[in-house]
Design a binder for this molecule. Structure first.
Ligand code: GLC
Length: 440
């Protein structure tokens, strides 16, 4: 199955590259590779032969799609070699490494994947290259992308990041155990408690409750599904509300239930995925990529037995946090043209098709959801409800001080989940600390 998919992806890449080549007249000469003199003439043709190596940094990819992306790009761009530098799976840990590197103007990375919450900060910190010039020269139509994903990469009217894939939290369930997935958090709790233990499972529910960014995304789902917000449309902190408190309380109840693993406070996406594909749970909250790992017949014990649904509703309905990854260029890269070629490939139709088919990653180019090959790759992509979930996903506050906001939430929520403070206290403390941070 996997092999067959790969072949299909390869064939499409070829067709698309022919199409793209036909309409782009790609004759830009590169001014990259200044470390490499080939002694040739100075016309575009010989410069194109210059060999350039770029370094691409991205988090651990359990789906294997990254290697395929790189191979395809290199096959089409024989003068560019891409070295993959693997970054931590934890987005916060990656973030901190990038900040350390870029703040000392380190040029060892050319291209990097950026969480949707970073571009504003990285643009303001002058870590990232503006991409408008390239976008214009290559005639890329940003209207082809979901608007929210384009906005995540835009700061003060300039585009610093190209949308690579989008994410929204989903409820996974075992179709061999569950007939109808729950629609409310209350139903989820009842069903998780009752069904835990069936078909060899150990747990009713898995989620991300470790103190890190992923926990913030889970929390926002609880808060928004109960009608609460962290920061409102006018950039006012509004986190101390009865709705938010109700959301946090639901999260506390689930984390302290006996249907989650006893070490749920150390669960990130990786732990969730591993336990899930190991057949240990009835329900799990994770991002779309888990559909791909779930159905990998070699590595998953639950292949063929996995369904997905929107996350359960609180008083205000169902809410999914908007996640996803962009691709950016290091402002200090010495290979900017080659870096752009790779960004353009990964975030364009060909690259996103590979990410969707091989990695289960949800495209940011809307039209790809109508492509039979993308639809065939995963049930999610052919599902209108899923595309709607993506479009309505709740963004995290967009501000260059987002890391501060996130830290405040992480600390307060961890204490609440551990029973050290109440949901009310967590909400009041978050309000006070966020207001102070925003006022600075
Ligand atoms: C996923 C999301 C990203 C989020 C992270 C949290 O990678 O795409 O936006 O910040 O999970 O762990």
């Amino acid at each position: 199955m996997k092999l067959w998919n790969k072949k299909v992806a390869g064939a499409t890449v070829l067709t698309m590259s022919l199409l793209l080549a036909a309409c782009s007249g790609d004759d830009e000469s590169t001014d990259t590779g200044n470390n490499d003199t080939d002694g040739g003439g100075d016309d575009g043709a010989s410069e194109e032969q210059e060999q350039v190596t770029i370094t691409y940094a991205a988090g651990v990819d359990v789906t294997g799609a990254t290697d395929i992306l790189i191979d395809e790009f290199e096959a089409q761009n024989p003068n560019i070699t891409v070295e993959y530098r693997e970054m931590p799976a934890d987005t916060g840990a990656s973030h901190d490494q990038y900040v350390t590197m870029f703040s000392s103007q380190d040029a060892s990375i050319d291209v990097f994947d950026a969480d949707v919450i970073w571009p504003a900060e990285f643009a303001q910190g002058q870590y990232a290259l503006e991409l408008d010039r390239f976008i214009e020269e290559d005639g890329i139509n940003m209207d082809d992308y979901f608007p929210g994903t384009v906005q995540s990469g835009n700061f003060n009217g300039r585009q610093y990041a190209m949308p690579k894939f989008t994410d929204a939290g989903l409820l996974y369930y075992r179709t061999d155990i569950v007939e109808e997935p729950p629609t409310t958090w209350d139903e989820l709790m009842t069903m998780a408690g009752e069904l835990q233990g069936e078909a060899g499972t150990e747990f009713g529910y898995l989620m991300q409750a470790n103190q890190y960014e992923g926990m913030v995304t889970n929390t926002i789902e609880f808060i928004a599904s109960h009608g609460g917000q962290v920061v409102d449309e006018n950039n006012e902190v509004v986190v101390n509300s009865p709705e938010t408190i109700a959301g946090i309380q639901t999260m506390i109840d689930i984390v302290n239930s006996d249907f989650v693993p006893s070490n749920i406070l150390s669960f990130q996406e990786t732990e969730t995925n591993n336990a899930w594909v190991g057949g240990q749970a009835v329900f799990a909250r994770n991002w779309p990529y888990m559909q791909s790992t779930s159905n990998d017949e070699e590595a998953s014990e639950v292949a063929g037995n996995v369904g997905f649904a929107t996350l359960p509703e609180g008083e205000a309905g169902s809410a999914a946090t908007l996640g996803g990854w962009m691709t950016m260029i290091n402002r200090y890269s010495e290979n900017q043209e080659a870096a752009w070629e790779f960004v353009k490939f990964m975030t364009g139709v060909e690259g996103q098709t590979i990410s969707a088919v091989e990695g289960g990653r949800a495209p940011t180019i809307e039209a790809l959801y109508d492509e039979p090959e993308v639809q065939d790759a995963a049930a999610l992509f052919a599902n209108e409800q899923f595309v709607e979930t993506l479009q309505n996903a709740v963004p995290r506050p967009v501000t260059p001080i987002y890391p501060r906001i996130s830290d405040i939430m992480q600390v307060q929520l961890s204490q609440a989940l551990a029973g050290e403070i109440t949901a009310e206290e967590a909400a009041a403390n978050m309000q006070e600390e966020m207001e102070a941070a925003m006022a600075e």
